[in-house]
Every structure is written in C-alpha cells, then in structure tokens.
Design a protein around this ligand. Structure first.
Ligand code: SF4
Length: 290
C-alpha cells in the first residue's frame, strides 16, 4: 500500500477513535486532572508542571504524592511558590517522597520552581522567552528551558531530580515534559488548555509513554528500537501525515486506549473486533523490544 493510502486509512481510523473516545470521562484517570482544577493561567501552569513531572508509575500512587504536595499550598500552588521561603518550608516536606524521588528531590523541585515564578512571573513567561520560531520542533526550546531550571540549583543535581528534569540534549524522550507542553500548547479541546498560543501545535513531540510505544508499534508508526527522542519524533512525524497542524490531537485517546485496557497488553480478540483501529493494526506481527 502506498504511503499516502496508508496515511489516509490511518487518519480515518484515528478520527473514529477520537469520536468514540470518552475523553472527558477519562480526565479523572489522568494527571491533567490536577491543572484542570484551576481557572487562573498561572495556577494551571504550575499545577500542570508539578503534576506532569511526577506522572510516572501507577496513577493512583503518584496522585497520592501530588495531593500531599498540593496540600502544602492549600491548593494554591502559584501563590504558595510566590511566597516560598526555602528555609521555612524545608521541614514541611518531611515524609513526602515517591519511588525514585526522595523528600529532598521534591523540596528542591518546588524550591527551584518558586525561583522561576519569583524571577519570571510564571513558567510560561520563561518558556516563551526561550522559544525560537525557526527551530524545527520544540526540542531545542525544551533543552534551553531545562538548562535554565537546572541553573537554579545551588548543588549538583541528584539522580532523582535529574529523572524529573531530563533534556532532549541527552536523547531522552522527555515523556513527562512533552506531556506538560501538550497540555499548555495544544488548542483547548476540554482536555488540553491551549494557553501558549505563541507556539504552534505542530512543534510538539508526542509524550512517549509505554501505551503509546506499544500501540504505535501495532500501527507500524515506528521501526526504532529505543524509546528515545528519535522514536518520539518518528511517531509524531507519522501522525503529521494525518493532521499536519495538530498531530498530537490523537495522543490522549491513543494513550487512554492502553490505560483503560480497551487495548490490553494480553491479546484479546474480542476487544480488537470493536476497536476503531482494527483495520490498521498489525498486532499479530512480533513487537520490538523496548
Ligand atoms: S485492534 Fe486490538 S491490538 Fe490493535 S489497537 Fe485495537 S485493541 Fe489494540
């Protein structure tokens, strides 16, 4: 089948998936639930940033840690960070940790974000000041942004904090930072917010989580073996054939096809029979190891 016919068929299937996906019902099962609690742009940005960088592992577990961090601020992270005094706040982080991240990592994460807010007014102001229109995609801006955040640390970055703040420069897929950028940049469709209108949605790179990798392999959107920035870019470029201006509009529905187990890890032909992607799915072929 020619590439254009394949893209046409895939577009048809992805559009059907979008139509039947219960996106609004799935928000509660997604970290975007945290920024969706707010109306104020500055609160949405900081809540989105903190919620996305900690969104690894099981949803119900990272949400517990996020609730503890949000409780420190009485639900108003922006206001809290604007008045954050590091020495006074440090003891309040006692007992707040999550998997690879110690309470010290989480304290430093909040301390450095408070410096961003106090120095720049908001996360968006800093990010947009680093954006260059001529860049092919969001990668170089994200690298500059991560470098700017890391500069606020007064000591070498810990392994845990480094995990929260990866850079495309190292080849990392930067899944959670790309998720945050999707939330901020994609048009407001009831899931994403469309706050940073200065950056077109076609500059985004897909947040490469385990569900996206698995389903992208079923759909033959990638032939790469490593789940890195290049794989994320390859999948994004394929999705651009379906929607050149907004390739990530399918990301939430594709990802939740996996999270909800509508597309389970263990093959279930009954679920495939009713799946809108069935006509373009090649699950019967061996998967790449990731
Ligand atoms: S057809 Fe089956 S394996 Fe393929 S994406 Fe749909 S549910 Fe998953």
């Amino acid at each position: 089948m020619s590439n254009s016919r394949r893209a046409k068929k895939l577009t048809h299937c992805l559009e059907r998936l979008l139509k039947i996906s219960p996106a609004h019902q799935r928000i509660k099962a997604d970290p975007i639930e945290f920024p969706r609690r707010y109306q104020d742009q500055r609160e949405i940005e900081i809540a989105g940033f903190v919620a996305s960088v900690l969104a690894y592992g099981r949803v119900e577990l990272f949400k517990q840690t996020l609730e503890k961090l949000f409780a420190l601020s009485e639900g108003k992270l922006y206001r809290y960070m604007n008045h954050f005094i590091a020495n006074q706040e440090r003891p309040r982080f006692k007992g707040i940790y999550y998997r690879f991240n110690t309470e010290e990592d989480l304290f430093y994460l909040m301390a450095l974000m408070s410096r961003v807010i106090q120095d720049h007014g908001s996360i968006g102001t800093l990010f947009l000041s680093l954006y260059h229109e001529a860049d092919e995609d969001i990668g170089p801006t994200l690298s500059r942004f991560v470098a700017a955040l890391r500069k606020y640390l007064s000591k070498p970055i810990s392994r845990g904090l480094s995990y929260l703040l990866p850079s495309p420069n190292s080849g990392s897929a930067c899944k959670r930072l790309n998720l945050f950028l999707r939330w901020m940049i994609r048009p407001n469709d009831g899931v994403d917010f469309g706050l940073w209108k200065e950056i077109p949605a076609d500059k985004l790179i897909i947040p490469l989580d385990t569900h996206i990798i698995r389903i992208a392999q079923y759909l033959e959107l990638t032939s790469r073996k490593s789940p890195d920035w290049k794989m994320a870019k390859e999948i994004t470029n394929f999705l651009k054939r379906c929607d050149p201006h907004d390739p990530l509009k399918y990301d939430f529905s594709l990802c939740h096809l996996g999270i909800s187990e509508a597309c389970p890890i263990a093959y279930d032909p009954q679920k495939c029979q009713v799946c809108p992607l069935e006509a373009v799915c090649h699950r019967d072929k061996p998967l790449l190891k990731v």
